[in-house]
Design a protein around this ligand. Structure first.
Ligand SMILES: [Fe+2]
Length: 325
């Protein structure tokens, strides 16, 4: 029987990683997502534990923790063990008194559920803030108010997705670059607040379509559907059709994982090698939903040809240094 994709696509077993005995890893799909058990995130981790989380994260691209009812301060302290933090959000700001924390509420300034009549399969999928020259390296999202059903988040492994393409297409994509912009999804009815926030801080960057992962060296299909507007140098129709094909590809179920939140759940994803999709079903349910996010400062992506991304508009996302830091 022929394998559906190139040989060697399947992830290695989680047990291949050398981890402390008390840290247990449970992969949730073939390539993407693993639960980590045995850690208490409310307290400082040992260097071995930090290293363990980092290595599982790099292999599985998103890791999940259960039953970690952290305070805002504990969430920020946990995140800082893995790198410097950005301000909550470069366009939409932060939680009062917590500059590093971004609130993800059911009803945000973007009325994204109104865009469903324009529904495309990849609607909502994105990699965080790829309109910036240095998109975050990682995001750490904490569930506080979680609906009893509905509201799942999905992630896709963009290194596995790239490996799943044919060799001629891989070669073609390696030489291309894309223009990423922060703007409302096509067809969305933006609120005046959303439009004002976006227009006050224009973020536009050109990134390679295939970036080299800075830690693993993998080739990553860097095609954030929410921000990538066009492929440089192609005719508009060529660009649109190629992007739609790639977006359809990266959200194929075998590259993705779907996570059911509980209060105290934490999702920590490698934003250099994933895209993710927020849920739309929560707008059909009366339940509230409230999560909080921190983001780690990222580096400027570099293409497999060695060319770094270039900024067209907007500032890099730098570390936020609070007085206590
Ligand atoms: Fe996001």
């Amino acid at each position: 029987m022929n394998a559906p994709y190139a040989e060697g696509l399947v992830q290695e077993d989680a047990n291949d990683l050398a981890l402390p005995d008390h840290v247990r890893v449970r992969p949730l799909s073939a390539y993407t997502g693993a639960e980590i058990h045995g850690l208490d995130l409310s307290r400082p981790l040992s260097p071995d534990e930090v290293q363990a989380v980092q290595s599982v994260l790099l292999q599985w691209k998103v890791v999940f923790f259960r039953d970690q009812p952290l305070s805002h301060d504990q969430h920020i302290a946990f995140s800082r063990q893995f790198g410097e933090l950005t301000v909550g959000h470069p366009v939409f700001g932060h939680v009062d008194n917590y500059p590093e924390l971004y609130a993800i509420s059911k009803y945000r300034k973007s009325n994204s559920h109104d865009s469903r009549p324009e529904f495309k399969p990849w609607l909502g999928w994105h990699t965080d803030v790829t309109a910036a020259i240095n998109p975050p390296a990682a995001s750490i999202l904490r569930g506080v108010v979680v609906p009893p059903h509905g509201g799942d988040t999905q992630w896709s492994n963009l290194a596995a997705a790239f490996r799943g393409l044919s060799d001629p297409l891989k070669d073609f994509l390696r030489g291309l670059r894309g223009r990423h912009e922060f703007s409302a999804p096509a067809g969305a009815k933006e609120s005046p607040e959303y439009r004002a926030a976006v227009s006050q801080r224009q973020l536009v960057s050109e990134h390679p379509l295939v970036r080299r992962h800075p830690q693993t060296g993998e080739e990553v299909l860097f095609v954030s559907p929410g921000f990538l507007k066009s492929i440089v140098g192609l005719h508009a129709r060529e660009s649109r059709l190629l992007l739609e094909m790639l977006w359809e590809h990266i959200i194929r179920p075998e590259f993705t994982v779907r996570f059911k939140w509980e209060p105290g759940s934490i999702a920590f994803w490698d934003n250099q090698g994933t895209a993710h999709a927020p849920p739309f079903d929560i707008f059909d349910l009366s339940y509230d939903r409230q999560l909080f996010r921190t983001t780690l400062v990222g580096t400027v992506p570099v293409g497999v040809d060695g060319r770094p991304s270039s900024a067209i508009s907007g500032d890099p996302m730098l570390a936020h240094h609070s007085a206590a830091y």
